[in-house]
Design a protein around this ligand. Structure first.
Ligand SMILES: CC(C)(COP(=O)(O)OP(=O)(O)OC[C@H]1O[C@@H](n2cnc3c(N)ncnc32)[C@H](O)[C@@H]1OP(=O)(O)O)[C@@H](O)C(=O)NCCC(=O)NCCS
Length: 185
Protein backbone atom coordinates (compact mmCIF):
# COMPACT_ATOMS: atom_id res chain seq x y z
CA UNK A 1 0.00 0.00 0.00
CA UNK A 2 1.17 3.60 -0.55
CA UNK A 3 2.06 5.93 2.33
CA UNK A 4 -0.99 7.69 3.76
CA UNK A 5 0.74 10.31 5.87
CA UNK A 6 0.06 13.13 3.38
CA UNK A 7 -3.44 11.98 2.47
CA UNK A 8 -6.26 14.52 2.69
CA UNK A 9 -9.81 14.25 1.35
CA UNK A 10 -12.21 17.18 1.04
CA UNK A 11 -15.97 16.91 1.33
CA UNK A 12 -18.62 19.62 1.36
CA UNK A 13 -18.28 20.32 5.11
CA UNK A 14 -15.19 18.38 6.18
CA UNK A 15 -11.47 18.08 5.75
CA UNK A 16 -10.33 14.48 6.29
CA UNK A 17 -6.68 14.53 7.32
CA UNK A 18 -4.08 12.55 9.32
CA UNK A 19 -4.11 13.02 13.08
CA UNK A 20 -1.51 15.32 14.61
CA UNK A 21 -0.17 16.04 18.12
CA UNK A 22 -2.58 18.92 18.69
CA UNK A 23 -5.56 16.52 18.27
CA UNK A 24 -4.88 14.73 21.58
CA UNK A 25 -7.50 16.62 23.64
CA UNK A 26 -10.23 16.20 20.99
CA UNK A 27 -9.44 12.48 20.65
CA UNK A 28 -9.65 11.96 24.40
CA UNK A 29 -13.01 13.75 24.43
CA UNK A 30 -14.24 11.46 21.63
CA UNK A 31 -13.02 8.15 23.06
CA UNK A 32 -13.98 8.93 26.67
CA UNK A 33 -17.60 9.79 25.75
CA UNK A 34 -19.74 6.95 27.14
CA UNK A 35 -22.31 7.37 24.35
CA UNK A 36 -19.64 7.03 21.65
CA UNK A 37 -18.00 4.06 23.41
CA UNK A 38 -21.19 2.11 24.20
CA UNK A 39 -20.55 -0.47 21.45
CA UNK A 40 -16.81 0.12 20.87
CA UNK A 41 -14.24 -2.69 20.99
CA UNK A 42 -12.37 -1.17 23.97
CA UNK A 43 -13.48 0.42 27.23
CA UNK A 44 -13.74 4.24 27.28
CA UNK A 45 -10.41 6.00 27.49
CA UNK A 46 -9.32 7.51 30.76
CA UNK A 47 -6.08 9.36 30.05
CA UNK A 48 -4.50 11.72 27.54
CA UNK A 49 -1.68 9.16 27.17
CA UNK A 50 -4.08 6.91 25.24
CA UNK A 51 -4.69 9.72 22.75
CA UNK A 52 -0.99 10.48 22.41
CA UNK A 53 -0.22 6.83 21.85
CA UNK A 54 -2.84 6.54 19.05
CA UNK A 55 -1.33 9.58 17.33
CA UNK A 56 2.20 8.17 17.73
CA UNK A 57 1.14 4.78 16.32
CA UNK A 58 -0.53 6.50 13.38
CA UNK A 59 2.58 8.48 12.45
CA UNK A 60 4.35 5.15 11.79
CA UNK A 61 1.43 3.18 10.41
CA UNK A 62 0.34 5.91 7.99
CA UNK A 63 3.88 6.34 6.68
CA UNK A 64 4.27 2.61 6.03
CA UNK A 65 0.81 2.21 4.48
CA UNK A 66 -0.29 -0.15 7.25
CA UNK A 67 -3.62 1.57 7.82
CA UNK A 68 -5.49 4.76 6.93
CA UNK A 69 -6.91 6.82 9.78
CA UNK A 70 -8.22 10.29 9.03
CA UNK A 71 -9.53 12.84 11.48
CA UNK A 72 -12.78 14.62 10.54
CA UNK A 73 -12.08 18.34 10.78
CA UNK A 74 -15.18 20.52 10.38
CA UNK A 75 -14.17 23.19 7.88
CA UNK A 76 -16.42 25.95 9.26
CA UNK A 77 -14.61 26.06 12.63
CA UNK A 78 -11.59 23.73 12.38
CA UNK A 79 -12.90 21.48 15.18
CA UNK A 80 -11.96 17.77 15.07
CA UNK A 81 -15.33 16.00 15.42
CA UNK A 82 -14.42 12.38 14.66
CA UNK A 83 -12.32 9.90 12.76
CA UNK A 84 -12.67 7.15 10.18
CA UNK A 85 -10.28 4.36 9.28
CA UNK A 86 -9.49 1.59 6.84
CA UNK A 87 -7.53 -1.09 8.68
CA UNK A 88 -6.73 -4.81 8.54
CA UNK A 89 -5.81 -4.19 4.91
CA UNK A 90 -5.07 -7.32 2.89
CA UNK A 91 -3.22 -6.47 -0.31
CA UNK A 92 -3.62 -9.99 -1.66
CA UNK A 93 -7.39 -10.08 -1.17
CA UNK A 94 -7.80 -6.32 -1.81
CA UNK A 95 -9.88 -6.14 1.36
CA UNK A 96 -10.04 -3.80 4.36
CA UNK A 97 -12.17 -3.16 7.42
CA UNK A 98 -13.80 0.20 8.06
CA UNK A 99 -14.12 1.89 11.47
CA UNK A 100 -15.57 5.26 12.45
CA UNK A 101 -16.69 7.40 15.37
CA UNK A 102 -18.07 10.90 15.67
CA UNK A 103 -18.52 13.11 18.74
CA UNK A 104 -22.05 12.75 20.12
CA UNK A 105 -22.66 16.53 19.87
CA UNK A 106 -22.29 16.15 16.08
CA UNK A 107 -24.55 13.10 15.59
CA UNK A 108 -27.58 13.22 13.31
CA UNK A 109 -26.15 15.71 10.81
CA UNK A 110 -24.91 13.24 8.19
CA UNK A 111 -21.24 14.15 8.76
CA UNK A 112 -20.26 10.49 8.93
CA UNK A 113 -22.20 9.69 5.77
CA UNK A 114 -20.21 12.43 4.01
CA UNK A 115 -16.88 11.19 5.43
CA UNK A 116 -17.48 7.51 4.67
CA UNK A 117 -18.49 8.25 1.08
CA UNK A 118 -15.13 10.01 0.59
CA UNK A 119 -13.15 7.28 2.36
CA UNK A 120 -14.88 4.46 0.45
CA UNK A 121 -14.39 6.28 -2.86
CA UNK A 122 -10.70 6.50 -2.04
CA UNK A 123 -10.52 2.85 -1.01
CA UNK A 124 -12.35 1.50 -4.05
CA UNK A 125 -10.95 3.79 -6.75
CA UNK A 126 -7.41 4.66 -5.57
CA UNK A 127 -6.48 1.61 -3.46
CA UNK A 128 -8.47 -0.68 -5.80
CA UNK A 129 -10.04 -2.52 -2.88
CA UNK A 130 -12.49 -5.22 -3.88
CA UNK A 131 -14.26 -5.51 -0.54
CA UNK A 132 -14.74 -3.47 2.63
CA UNK A 133 -16.06 -5.04 5.83
CA UNK A 134 -17.56 -3.66 9.03
CA UNK A 135 -17.84 -5.47 12.35
CA UNK A 136 -20.81 -4.01 14.22
CA UNK A 137 -22.47 -4.73 17.55
CA UNK A 138 -25.97 -5.90 16.46
CA UNK A 139 -27.49 -3.45 19.00
CA UNK A 140 -25.74 -0.47 17.35
CA UNK A 141 -28.64 0.75 15.24
CA UNK A 142 -27.07 4.09 14.24
CA UNK A 143 -24.03 2.29 12.85
CA UNK A 144 -26.13 -0.30 10.98
CA UNK A 145 -28.23 2.49 9.43
CA UNK A 146 -25.09 4.35 8.33
CA UNK A 147 -23.75 1.20 6.64
CA UNK A 148 -27.01 0.20 4.99
CA UNK A 149 -27.43 3.74 3.60
CA UNK A 150 -24.04 3.26 1.90
CA UNK A 151 -25.08 -0.07 0.40
CA UNK A 152 -23.41 -2.48 2.86
CA UNK A 153 -25.14 -5.86 3.15
CA UNK A 154 -25.46 -7.75 6.41
CA UNK A 155 -23.67 -10.98 5.63
CA UNK A 156 -23.17 -12.81 8.86
CA UNK A 157 -23.68 -13.11 12.58
CA UNK A 158 -20.83 -14.15 14.86
CA UNK A 159 -21.75 -15.06 18.43
CA UNK A 160 -19.86 -13.78 21.47
CA UNK A 161 -16.98 -12.45 19.39
CA UNK A 162 -16.11 -9.63 21.83
CA UNK A 163 -15.42 -9.33 25.52
CA UNK A 164 -15.02 -5.70 26.60
CA UNK A 165 -14.75 -5.18 30.35
CA UNK A 166 -17.19 -7.78 31.66
CA UNK A 167 -19.59 -7.54 28.71
CA UNK A 168 -19.73 -10.29 26.07
CA UNK A 169 -21.18 -9.20 22.73
CA UNK A 170 -21.91 -10.50 19.24
CA UNK A 171 -20.88 -9.24 15.82
CA UNK A 172 -23.04 -8.42 12.82
CA UNK A 173 -20.66 -8.58 9.86
CA UNK A 174 -21.37 -6.21 6.98
CA UNK A 175 -19.72 -6.18 3.55
CA UNK A 176 -19.61 -3.89 0.52
CA UNK A 177 -18.08 -4.87 -2.82
CA UNK A 178 -16.36 -2.52 -5.27
CA UNK A 179 -18.80 -3.49 -8.06
CA UNK A 180 -21.81 -2.67 -5.86
CA UNK A 181 -20.29 0.71 -4.93
CA UNK A 182 -19.68 1.67 -8.55
CA UNK A 183 -23.10 0.44 -9.53
CA UNK A 184 -24.58 2.75 -6.85
CA UNK A 185 -22.35 5.76 -7.55
C1 LIG B 1 -22.39 5.38 14.04
C2 LIG B 1 -22.29 6.91 14.00
C3 LIG B 1 -21.00 7.33 13.34
C4 LIG B 1 -23.47 7.44 13.19
O1 LIG B 1 -23.44 8.86 13.26
P1 LIG B 1 -24.64 9.73 12.76
O2 LIG B 1 -24.31 11.14 12.89
O3 LIG B 1 -25.88 9.23 13.41
O4 LIG B 1 -24.65 9.20 11.26
P2 LIG B 1 -24.87 9.87 9.86
O5 LIG B 1 -24.09 11.11 9.80
O6 LIG B 1 -24.55 8.86 8.83
O7 LIG B 1 -26.43 10.10 9.79
C5 LIG B 1 -27.19 10.74 10.74
C6 LIG B 1 -28.51 11.28 10.21
O8 LIG B 1 -28.22 12.15 9.15
C7 LIG B 1 -29.18 11.99 8.14
N1 LIG B 1 -28.49 11.55 6.91
C8 LIG B 1 -27.45 10.69 6.80
N2 LIG B 1 -27.05 10.58 5.51
C9 LIG B 1 -27.85 11.38 4.80
C10 LIG B 1 -27.94 11.71 3.44
N3 LIG B 1 -27.08 11.18 2.54
N4 LIG B 1 -28.89 12.56 3.05
C11 LIG B 1 -29.73 13.10 3.95
N5 LIG B 1 -29.70 12.84 5.27
C12 LIG B 1 -28.78 11.99 5.69
C13 LIG B 1 -30.19 11.04 8.59
O9 LIG B 1 -31.25 11.77 9.19
C14 LIG B 1 -29.46 10.26 9.65
O10 LIG B 1 -30.26 9.85 10.71
P3 LIG B 1 -31.27 8.61 10.64
O11 LIG B 1 -30.52 7.47 10.02
O12 LIG B 1 -31.60 8.39 12.04
O13 LIG B 1 -32.39 9.06 9.79
C15 LIG B 1 -22.37 7.51 15.42
O14 LIG B 1 -23.57 7.09 16.02
C16 LIG B 1 -21.20 7.16 16.31
O15 LIG B 1 -20.13 7.75 16.26
N6 LIG B 1 -21.40 6.15 17.19
C17 LIG B 1 -20.38 5.79 18.14
C18 LIG B 1 -19.21 5.05 17.54
C19 LIG B 1 -19.65 3.81 16.82
O16 LIG B 1 -20.53 3.09 17.28
N7 LIG B 1 -19.02 3.56 15.66
C20 LIG B 1 -19.33 2.43 14.83
C21 LIG B 1 -18.68 1.20 15.33
S1 LIG B 1 -19.10 -0.17 14.26
Amino acid sequence: MPAFDQLTLNTRRLLLRPLRDSDADALLELFSDLKVMRYWSTPPWESIEQARSMIERDVKAMATGDHVRLGLERTEDGVLIGMCTLFAISEQCRRAEVGYAIASHAWGKAYMDEALRALLNYGFSKLMLNRVEADVDPRNEASARSLERLGFKKEGYLRERWIVGDEVSDTALYGLLNRDWHWRA
